[in-house]
Design a protein around this ligand. Structure first.
Ligand SMILES: [Zn+2]
Length: 494
Protein backbone atom coordinates (compact mmCIF):
# COMPACT_ATOMS: atom_id res chain seq x y z
CA UNK A 1 0.00 0.00 0.00
CA UNK A 2 1.27 3.47 -0.84
CA UNK A 3 1.70 5.74 2.13
CA UNK A 4 0.57 9.37 1.83
CA UNK A 5 1.70 12.65 3.34
CA UNK A 6 -0.83 15.45 3.98
CA UNK A 7 -0.36 18.80 2.23
CA UNK A 8 -2.22 21.46 4.22
CA UNK A 9 -2.61 25.22 3.74
CA UNK A 10 -4.75 27.68 5.69
CA UNK A 11 -6.85 30.74 4.91
CA UNK A 12 -7.50 32.70 8.04
CA UNK A 13 -9.93 35.58 8.47
CA UNK A 14 -9.22 37.89 11.35
CA UNK A 15 -11.75 40.56 12.35
CA UNK A 16 -9.83 43.73 13.08
CA UNK A 17 -10.68 45.65 16.22
CA UNK A 18 -11.25 49.20 14.97
CA UNK A 19 -13.57 51.98 16.06
CA UNK A 20 -15.50 52.10 12.79
CA UNK A 21 -16.09 49.74 9.86
CA UNK A 22 -13.79 49.23 6.87
CA UNK A 23 -15.34 51.77 4.48
CA UNK A 24 -17.80 53.86 6.52
CA UNK A 25 -18.26 55.54 9.90
CA UNK A 26 -20.69 52.95 11.30
CA UNK A 27 -19.49 51.42 14.57
CA UNK A 28 -17.49 48.22 14.35
CA UNK A 29 -18.50 45.67 16.96
CA UNK A 30 -22.18 44.99 17.47
CA UNK A 31 -22.10 42.41 20.25
CA UNK A 32 -25.51 42.56 21.85
CA UNK A 33 -26.76 45.41 19.63
CA UNK A 34 -30.22 45.14 18.05
CA UNK A 35 -30.14 43.90 14.44
CA UNK A 36 -29.53 46.56 11.77
CA UNK A 37 -28.64 49.36 14.19
CA UNK A 38 -24.93 49.85 13.35
CA UNK A 39 -25.51 50.51 9.67
CA UNK A 40 -25.48 53.35 7.16
CA UNK A 41 -25.97 53.90 3.42
CA UNK A 42 -22.44 52.64 2.63
CA UNK A 43 -22.48 49.29 4.43
CA UNK A 44 -26.04 48.59 3.29
CA UNK A 45 -25.05 49.25 -0.34
CA UNK A 46 -27.35 52.17 -1.16
CA UNK A 47 -26.98 53.49 -4.72
CA UNK A 48 -24.73 56.54 -4.95
CA UNK A 49 -23.02 56.01 -1.59
CA UNK A 50 -19.19 56.07 -1.60
CA UNK A 51 -16.70 54.07 0.48
CA UNK A 52 -13.73 55.66 2.29
CA UNK A 53 -10.93 53.36 3.47
CA UNK A 54 -10.37 53.18 7.23
CA UNK A 55 -6.85 54.30 8.16
CA UNK A 56 -6.90 52.46 11.50
CA UNK A 57 -7.73 49.17 9.74
CA UNK A 58 -4.95 49.69 7.20
CA UNK A 59 -2.39 50.43 9.94
CA UNK A 60 -3.47 47.37 11.94
CA UNK A 61 -3.19 45.21 8.81
CA UNK A 62 0.36 46.45 8.26
CA UNK A 63 1.25 45.87 11.92
CA UNK A 64 0.03 42.28 11.68
CA UNK A 65 1.84 41.86 8.35
CA UNK A 66 5.09 43.01 9.96
CA UNK A 67 4.62 40.51 12.80
CA UNK A 68 4.21 37.79 10.13
CA UNK A 69 7.46 39.04 8.52
CA UNK A 70 5.58 39.93 5.33
CA UNK A 71 6.84 42.34 2.70
CA UNK A 72 4.63 45.41 2.86
CA UNK A 73 3.55 46.56 -0.59
CA UNK A 74 4.59 49.98 -1.82
CA UNK A 75 1.38 50.22 -3.81
CA UNK A 76 -1.80 48.38 -2.93
CA UNK A 77 -5.37 48.60 -4.20
CA UNK A 78 -8.88 47.34 -3.54
CA UNK A 79 -10.92 45.22 -5.97
CA UNK A 80 -14.52 44.13 -6.32
CA UNK A 81 -15.23 40.45 -5.88
CA UNK A 82 -18.61 39.88 -7.49
CA UNK A 83 -21.05 37.33 -6.16
CA UNK A 84 -24.64 37.28 -5.04
CA UNK A 85 -25.77 36.38 -1.56
CA UNK A 86 -28.66 37.89 0.45
CA UNK A 87 -26.30 39.13 3.20
CA UNK A 88 -24.24 41.09 0.65
CA UNK A 89 -26.47 43.97 -0.48
CA UNK A 90 -24.00 45.49 -2.97
CA UNK A 91 -23.73 42.25 -4.95
CA UNK A 92 -19.95 42.42 -4.49
CA UNK A 93 -17.44 42.40 -1.68
CA UNK A 94 -14.62 44.95 -1.60
CA UNK A 95 -11.47 42.87 -1.27
CA UNK A 96 -7.95 42.84 -2.70
CA UNK A 97 -6.97 40.75 -5.70
CA UNK A 98 -3.52 41.23 -7.22
CA UNK A 99 -2.08 43.97 -5.00
CA UNK A 100 -2.56 42.89 -1.38
CA UNK A 101 -1.18 45.11 1.40
CA UNK A 102 1.03 42.31 2.75
CA UNK A 103 3.03 40.04 0.46
CA UNK A 104 5.26 37.05 1.15
CA UNK A 105 6.22 36.33 4.75
CA UNK A 106 7.53 33.63 7.03
CA UNK A 107 6.56 32.61 10.55
CA UNK A 108 8.29 30.38 13.06
CA UNK A 109 6.18 28.81 15.78
CA UNK A 110 6.30 25.85 18.12
CA UNK A 111 4.59 22.49 18.01
CA UNK A 112 5.17 20.19 20.96
CA UNK A 113 8.47 21.82 21.85
CA UNK A 114 9.76 21.71 18.26
CA UNK A 115 10.19 24.74 16.02
CA UNK A 116 8.14 24.77 12.85
CA UNK A 117 8.21 27.18 9.89
CA UNK A 118 5.45 28.25 7.50
CA UNK A 119 5.56 30.59 4.51
CA UNK A 120 2.88 33.23 4.21
CA UNK A 121 1.59 33.75 0.68
CA UNK A 122 -0.13 37.06 1.37
CA UNK A 123 -2.43 38.92 3.74
CA UNK A 124 -5.08 41.27 2.40
CA UNK A 125 -7.84 43.53 3.68
CA UNK A 126 -11.50 43.06 2.88
CA UNK A 127 -14.95 43.73 4.30
CA UNK A 128 -17.14 41.19 6.08
CA UNK A 129 -20.68 40.34 4.92
CA UNK A 130 -23.83 40.58 7.04
CA UNK A 131 -25.52 37.63 8.73
CA UNK A 132 -28.57 35.62 7.79
CA UNK A 133 -30.80 34.44 10.59
CA UNK A 134 -33.09 31.45 10.03
CA UNK A 135 -35.80 31.44 12.75
CA UNK A 136 -36.77 27.94 13.86
CA UNK A 137 -39.98 26.52 12.40
CA UNK A 138 -40.39 29.32 9.90
CA UNK A 139 -40.32 29.52 6.13
CA UNK A 140 -38.41 32.79 5.93
CA UNK A 141 -34.94 34.18 6.74
CA UNK A 142 -33.93 37.51 8.24
CA UNK A 143 -30.89 39.59 7.45
CA UNK A 144 -28.80 41.55 9.97
CA UNK A 145 -26.28 43.93 8.43
CA UNK A 146 -24.53 45.02 11.64
CA UNK A 147 -21.52 42.92 10.68
CA UNK A 148 -21.51 44.05 7.03
CA UNK A 149 -18.41 46.11 6.32
CA UNK A 150 -16.41 44.94 9.36
CA UNK A 151 -12.70 44.96 8.45
CA UNK A 152 -11.16 41.52 7.90
CA UNK A 153 -7.54 40.61 7.36
CA UNK A 154 -7.30 37.42 5.34
CA UNK A 155 -3.99 35.61 5.74
CA UNK A 156 -3.17 32.86 3.25
CA UNK A 157 -0.37 30.38 3.96
CA UNK A 158 1.57 28.17 1.59
CA UNK A 159 0.60 24.46 1.82
CA UNK A 160 3.50 23.88 4.23
CA UNK A 161 1.75 22.06 7.07
CA UNK A 162 2.10 18.30 7.14
CA UNK A 163 -0.12 17.52 10.13
CA UNK A 164 -3.35 18.75 11.76
CA UNK A 165 -1.36 19.53 14.95
CA UNK A 166 0.87 21.96 13.04
CA UNK A 167 -2.12 23.71 11.46
CA UNK A 168 -3.81 24.08 14.83
CA UNK A 169 -0.63 25.31 16.54
CA UNK A 170 -0.11 27.95 13.85
CA UNK A 171 -3.68 29.16 14.22
CA UNK A 172 -3.16 29.46 17.97
CA UNK A 173 0.09 31.30 17.36
CA UNK A 174 -1.70 33.74 15.06
CA UNK A 175 -4.28 34.35 17.77
CA UNK A 176 -1.54 35.07 20.30
CA UNK A 177 0.14 37.49 17.86
CA UNK A 178 -3.14 39.32 17.15
CA UNK A 179 -3.72 39.77 20.87
CA UNK A 180 -0.15 40.97 21.52
CA UNK A 181 -0.56 43.57 18.79
CA UNK A 182 -4.04 44.54 19.94
CA UNK A 183 -5.36 44.24 16.37
CA UNK A 184 -8.08 41.72 17.29
CA UNK A 185 -9.41 39.76 20.26
CA UNK A 186 -9.27 36.79 17.87
CA UNK A 187 -11.95 34.83 19.71
CA UNK A 188 -12.94 31.86 17.53
CA UNK A 189 -16.22 31.33 19.36
CA UNK A 190 -17.25 34.88 18.52
CA UNK A 191 -16.23 34.48 14.87
CA UNK A 192 -13.41 37.01 15.21
CA UNK A 193 -11.00 34.36 13.98
CA UNK A 194 -12.20 32.02 11.22
CA UNK A 195 -10.27 29.39 9.41
CA UNK A 196 -10.66 27.46 6.16
CA UNK A 197 -8.17 24.78 5.25
CA UNK A 198 -7.18 23.17 1.99
CA UNK A 199 -5.87 19.68 2.18
CA UNK A 200 -4.70 17.01 -0.23
CA UNK A 201 -2.47 13.95 -0.02
CA UNK A 202 0.70 13.16 -1.90
CA UNK A 203 2.60 9.88 -2.02
CA UNK A 204 5.40 9.64 0.52
CA UNK A 205 8.61 11.06 -0.88
CA UNK A 206 6.99 12.78 -3.84
CA UNK A 207 7.68 16.51 -4.05
CA UNK A 208 5.00 17.40 -6.62
CA UNK A 209 1.78 18.98 -5.34
CA UNK A 210 -1.32 16.80 -5.84
CA UNK A 211 -3.58 17.73 -8.78
CA UNK A 212 -6.60 18.27 -6.54
CA UNK A 213 -7.36 20.26 -3.40
CA UNK A 214 -10.20 19.87 -0.92
CA UNK A 215 -11.28 23.01 0.87
CA UNK A 216 -12.74 22.44 4.34
CA UNK A 217 -15.04 25.05 5.88
CA UNK A 218 -17.18 25.52 9.02
CA UNK A 219 -14.48 24.76 11.55
CA UNK A 220 -15.43 26.93 14.50
CA UNK A 221 -12.87 25.95 17.12
CA UNK A 222 -9.24 24.88 17.33
CA UNK A 223 -10.43 21.39 18.17
CA UNK A 224 -12.67 21.33 15.09
CA UNK A 225 -9.70 22.28 12.86
CA UNK A 226 -7.71 19.36 14.19
CA UNK A 227 -10.61 16.91 13.99
CA UNK A 228 -11.72 17.93 10.49
CA UNK A 229 -8.20 17.66 9.08
CA UNK A 230 -7.62 14.31 10.77
CA UNK A 231 -10.91 13.09 9.29
CA UNK A 232 -9.92 14.28 5.78
CA UNK A 233 -6.53 12.57 5.99
CA UNK A 234 -8.23 9.26 6.71
CA UNK A 235 -10.94 9.76 4.11
CA UNK A 236 -8.60 10.81 1.32
CA UNK A 237 -6.00 8.13 2.11
CA UNK A 238 -8.69 5.45 1.97
CA UNK A 239 -10.02 6.73 -1.38
CA UNK A 240 -6.54 6.91 -2.88
CA UNK A 241 -5.61 3.48 -1.55
CA UNK A 242 -8.67 2.09 -3.37
CA UNK A 243 -7.30 3.63 -6.55
CA UNK A 244 -10.01 6.29 -6.84
CA UNK A 245 -9.30 9.83 -8.05
CA UNK A 246 -10.12 12.79 -5.82
CA UNK A 247 -11.58 16.01 -7.21
CA UNK A 248 -11.19 19.61 -6.12
CA UNK A 249 -14.24 20.50 -4.04
CA UNK A 250 -15.49 22.35 -0.98
CA UNK A 251 -16.56 20.32 2.05
CA UNK A 252 -18.17 21.48 5.29
CA UNK A 253 -17.24 20.11 8.72
CA UNK A 254 -20.15 18.83 10.79
CA UNK A 255 -19.30 19.14 14.47
CA UNK A 256 -22.20 16.88 15.44
CA UNK A 257 -21.51 14.04 13.02
CA UNK A 258 -17.72 14.50 13.09
CA UNK A 259 -17.49 14.19 9.30
CA UNK A 260 -16.93 16.53 6.35
CA UNK A 261 -19.72 16.71 3.78
CA UNK A 262 -19.42 17.71 0.15
CA UNK A 263 -20.91 21.17 -0.52
CA UNK A 264 -19.98 22.24 -4.02
CA UNK A 265 -17.25 22.23 -6.59
CA UNK A 266 -14.87 25.08 -5.91
CA UNK A 267 -15.08 28.35 -7.86
CA UNK A 268 -11.94 29.68 -9.47
CA UNK A 269 -11.06 33.36 -9.19
CA UNK A 270 -12.38 33.85 -12.77
CA UNK A 271 -15.89 33.19 -11.50
CA UNK A 272 -15.77 36.31 -9.35
CA UNK A 273 -14.99 38.72 -12.20
CA UNK A 274 -12.58 40.73 -10.03
CA UNK A 275 -11.94 44.29 -11.18
CA UNK A 276 -10.36 47.35 -9.50
CA UNK A 277 -12.71 49.19 -7.14
CA UNK A 278 -13.25 52.50 -8.99
CA UNK A 279 -14.47 54.36 -5.89
CA UNK A 280 -11.24 53.95 -3.89
CA UNK A 281 -7.80 55.38 -4.72
CA UNK A 282 -4.66 53.25 -4.95
CA UNK A 283 -2.82 53.16 -1.61
CA UNK A 284 0.82 54.26 -1.52
CA UNK A 285 2.94 53.32 1.49
CA UNK A 286 6.26 55.12 1.82
CA UNK A 287 9.14 53.34 3.59
CA UNK A 288 8.99 56.00 6.34
CA UNK A 289 5.32 55.23 6.93
CA UNK A 290 5.99 51.49 7.21
CA UNK A 291 8.92 52.11 9.57
CA UNK A 292 6.72 54.31 11.78
CA UNK A 293 4.32 51.40 12.11
CA UNK A 294 7.18 48.95 12.69
CA UNK A 295 8.28 51.07 15.63
CA UNK A 296 4.92 50.30 17.27
CA UNK A 297 5.59 46.56 17.34
CA UNK A 298 5.61 45.41 20.98
CA UNK A 299 7.84 42.65 22.35
CA UNK A 300 6.49 39.55 20.60
CA UNK A 301 5.85 36.19 22.32
CA UNK A 302 9.07 34.44 21.21
CA UNK A 303 11.25 37.35 22.37
CA UNK A 304 9.32 37.68 25.63
CA UNK A 305 9.72 33.98 26.31
CA UNK A 306 13.47 34.12 25.73
CA UNK A 307 13.73 37.12 28.04
CA UNK A 308 11.70 35.50 30.85
CA UNK A 309 13.99 32.48 30.66
CA UNK A 310 17.23 34.48 30.76
CA UNK A 311 16.10 37.23 33.13
CA UNK A 312 14.27 35.13 35.71
CA UNK A 313 15.80 31.73 35.12
CA UNK A 314 12.34 30.21 34.47
CA UNK A 315 12.01 26.72 32.97
CA UNK A 316 11.17 26.84 29.23
CA UNK A 317 7.75 25.28 29.61
CA UNK A 318 6.67 27.62 32.39
CA UNK A 319 7.86 30.69 30.44
CA UNK A 320 5.95 29.37 27.40
CA UNK A 321 2.76 29.05 29.43
CA UNK A 322 3.07 32.63 30.67
CA UNK A 323 3.71 34.29 27.29
CA UNK A 324 0.83 32.49 25.59
CA UNK A 325 -1.37 35.09 27.23
CA UNK A 326 0.00 38.61 26.93
CA UNK A 327 -2.02 39.90 29.86
CA UNK A 328 -0.87 37.08 32.12
CA UNK A 329 2.77 37.71 31.19
CA UNK A 330 2.37 41.42 31.97
CA UNK A 331 0.67 40.61 35.24
CA UNK A 332 3.45 38.21 36.22
CA UNK A 333 6.06 40.90 35.65
CA UNK A 334 4.04 43.34 37.76
CA UNK A 335 4.07 40.79 40.62
CA UNK A 336 7.82 40.30 40.16
CA UNK A 337 8.41 44.03 40.40
CA UNK A 338 6.44 44.12 43.69
CA UNK A 339 8.51 41.25 45.03
CA UNK A 340 11.86 42.76 44.15
CA UNK A 341 10.78 46.08 45.62
CA UNK A 342 9.86 44.34 48.84
CA UNK A 343 13.22 42.61 49.06
CA UNK A 344 15.17 45.78 48.38
CA UNK A 345 13.13 47.77 50.93
CA UNK A 346 13.67 44.99 53.46
CA UNK A 347 17.37 45.33 52.72
CA UNK A 348 17.52 41.73 51.56
CA UNK A 349 19.43 41.63 48.35
CA UNK A 350 19.84 37.89 48.18
CA UNK A 351 19.41 36.99 44.52
CA UNK A 352 18.64 33.38 45.48
CA UNK A 353 15.66 34.41 47.56
CA UNK A 354 14.27 36.60 44.77
CA UNK A 355 14.80 33.82 42.24
CA UNK A 356 12.83 31.37 44.39
CA UNK A 357 10.02 33.88 44.92
CA UNK A 358 9.85 34.69 41.20
CA UNK A 359 9.61 31.02 40.30
CA UNK A 360 6.84 30.63 42.86
CA UNK A 361 5.04 33.65 41.33
CA UNK A 362 5.31 32.06 37.87
CA UNK A 363 3.91 28.77 39.17
CA UNK A 364 0.98 30.52 40.81
CA UNK A 365 0.28 32.58 37.68
CA UNK A 366 0.35 29.59 35.33
CA UNK A 367 -1.47 27.38 37.85
CA UNK A 368 -4.29 28.38 40.18
CA UNK A 369 -4.53 31.96 38.84
CA UNK A 370 -4.99 30.77 35.24
CA UNK A 371 -7.58 28.20 36.38
CA UNK A 372 -9.60 30.86 38.20
CA UNK A 373 -9.31 33.32 35.30
CA UNK A 374 -10.49 30.71 32.80
CA UNK A 375 -13.41 29.72 35.00
CA UNK A 376 -14.44 33.38 35.34
CA UNK A 377 -13.79 34.08 31.65
CA UNK A 378 -11.73 37.21 32.35
CA UNK A 379 -8.20 38.45 31.57
CA UNK A 380 -5.47 38.76 34.20
CA UNK A 381 -5.75 42.56 34.30
CA UNK A 382 -9.48 42.34 35.00
CA UNK A 383 -9.06 40.27 38.13
CA UNK A 384 -9.79 41.76 41.57
CA UNK A 385 -6.42 40.50 42.82
CA UNK A 386 -3.90 43.33 42.52
CA UNK A 387 -0.26 42.40 41.77
CA UNK A 388 0.56 43.97 45.15
CA UNK A 389 -1.77 41.61 47.04
CA UNK A 390 -0.56 38.70 44.95
CA UNK A 391 3.04 39.46 45.97
CA UNK A 392 1.92 39.96 49.56
CA UNK A 393 0.53 36.43 49.73
CA UNK A 394 3.75 34.96 48.32
CA UNK A 395 5.70 36.88 50.97
CA UNK A 396 3.46 35.42 53.68
CA UNK A 397 4.22 31.91 52.43
CA UNK A 398 7.92 32.69 52.32
CA UNK A 399 7.84 33.99 55.91
CA UNK A 400 5.90 30.87 57.03
CA UNK A 401 2.95 33.00 58.09
CA UNK A 402 0.59 30.83 56.12
CA UNK A 403 0.94 27.27 54.83
CA UNK A 404 0.86 26.61 51.10
CA UNK A 405 -2.39 24.69 51.43
CA UNK A 406 -4.08 27.46 53.38
CA UNK A 407 -2.67 30.01 50.92
CA UNK A 408 -4.61 28.39 48.07
CA UNK A 409 -7.86 28.93 49.96
CA UNK A 410 -6.81 32.49 50.76
CA UNK A 411 -6.09 33.14 47.09
CA UNK A 412 -9.48 31.84 46.00
CA UNK A 413 -11.05 34.24 48.49
CA UNK A 414 -8.89 37.12 47.22
CA UNK A 415 -10.02 36.32 43.68
CA UNK A 416 -13.64 36.42 44.78
CA UNK A 417 -13.56 39.56 46.91
CA UNK A 418 -10.36 41.45 46.08
CA UNK A 419 -9.53 41.58 49.78
CA UNK A 420 -6.07 41.81 51.32
CA UNK A 421 -4.48 38.42 52.06
CA UNK A 422 -3.47 39.44 55.59
CA UNK A 423 -7.09 40.38 56.39
CA UNK A 424 -8.37 37.07 55.08
CA UNK A 425 -5.78 35.10 57.04
CA UNK A 426 -6.71 37.08 60.15
CA UNK A 427 -10.49 36.73 59.70
CA UNK A 428 -10.40 33.03 58.93
CA UNK A 429 -7.81 32.27 61.61
CA UNK A 430 -5.47 30.70 59.06
CA UNK A 431 -2.27 32.14 60.42
CA UNK A 432 0.35 29.45 60.51
CA UNK A 433 1.59 28.53 63.98
CA UNK A 434 5.39 28.49 64.10
CA UNK A 435 5.61 29.09 67.82
CA UNK A 436 7.55 26.09 69.13
CA UNK A 437 6.03 26.29 72.62
CA UNK A 438 2.45 26.11 71.33
CA UNK A 439 3.23 23.24 68.99
CA UNK A 440 5.15 21.38 71.68
CA UNK A 441 2.10 21.49 73.96
CA UNK A 442 0.00 19.91 71.21
CA UNK A 443 2.71 17.37 70.54
CA UNK A 444 2.83 16.32 74.20
CA UNK A 445 -0.91 15.77 74.10
CA UNK A 446 -0.60 13.57 71.00
CA UNK A 447 2.23 11.56 72.61
CA UNK A 448 0.22 11.00 75.78
CA UNK A 449 -2.75 9.77 73.76
CA UNK A 450 -0.71 7.37 71.60
CA UNK A 451 1.82 5.43 73.68
CA UNK A 452 2.02 2.72 71.00
CA UNK A 453 3.31 5.21 68.41
CA UNK A 454 5.97 6.37 70.86
CA UNK A 455 7.05 2.78 71.50
CA UNK A 456 7.06 1.98 67.78
CA UNK A 457 9.16 5.02 66.93
CA UNK A 458 11.67 4.21 69.65
CA UNK A 459 11.81 0.62 68.35
CA UNK A 460 12.97 1.98 65.01
CA UNK A 461 9.66 2.13 63.12
CA UNK A 462 10.27 5.76 62.16
CA UNK A 463 7.48 5.66 59.59
CA UNK A 464 5.02 6.46 62.44
CA UNK A 465 6.39 10.02 62.20
CA UNK A 466 3.71 10.58 59.55
CA UNK A 467 0.99 9.65 62.06
CA UNK A 468 2.40 12.10 64.60
CA UNK A 469 2.54 14.95 62.10
CA UNK A 470 -0.96 14.14 60.84
CA UNK A 471 -2.36 14.17 64.39
CA UNK A 472 -0.70 17.50 65.21
CA UNK A 473 -2.02 18.98 61.97
CA UNK A 474 -5.51 17.77 62.75
CA UNK A 475 -5.34 19.17 66.26
CA UNK A 476 -4.18 22.59 64.97
CA UNK A 477 -6.60 22.58 62.01
CA UNK A 478 -3.68 22.49 59.57
CA UNK A 479 -2.11 25.65 60.94
CA UNK A 480 1.05 24.18 62.49
CA UNK A 481 4.21 24.85 60.55
CA UNK A 482 5.23 21.37 59.34
CA UNK A 483 8.92 22.21 59.62
CA UNK A 484 8.59 23.14 63.27
CA UNK A 485 6.53 20.00 63.97
CA UNK A 486 9.31 17.93 62.46
CA UNK A 487 11.96 19.56 64.62
CA UNK A 488 9.93 18.94 67.78
CA UNK A 489 9.35 15.32 66.78
CA UNK A 490 13.07 14.73 66.49
CA UNK A 491 13.80 16.53 69.76
CA UNK A 492 11.20 14.55 71.70
CA UNK A 493 11.71 11.08 70.32
CA UNK A 494 15.37 10.79 69.44
ZN1 LIG B 1 -21.92 51.89 7.47
Amino acid sequence: MTEFTPVIGLEIHLQLKTRSKMFCASLNGSDGADPNTNICEVCTGQPGSLPVANREAIEKAILMGLALNCEIAEYSKFDRKNYFYPDLPKGYQISQFDKPICGKGEVRFEVGGKECRVSITRAHLEEDAGKLIHPVNSDYSLVDLNRAGTPLLETVTEPDFTSPEQAKAFLQHLRTLARYLGVSDADMEKGQLRCDANISMRPHGSSALPNYKVEVKNMNSFKAVEEALTYEIERQSAELAEGRKLATETRGWSDEKKVTLSQRSKEGSDDYRYFPEPDLPVLHFTREFVETIRSRLPELPAAKRARLISEYNLPEKLAGQLVEDKFLAEYFEAVVSELSEWLSVAGEREPEKLKALVKEAANWCAGIFTELLNAAGIAAGESKVTPENFAELLKMIEKSEVSKTAAKAVFAEMFETGEDPSNIVEEKGLKQVSDAGAIEAVFDKVMAGNPKWVADYKAGKTQVAGSFIGAVMKETKGKANPQVVNEILKKKLE
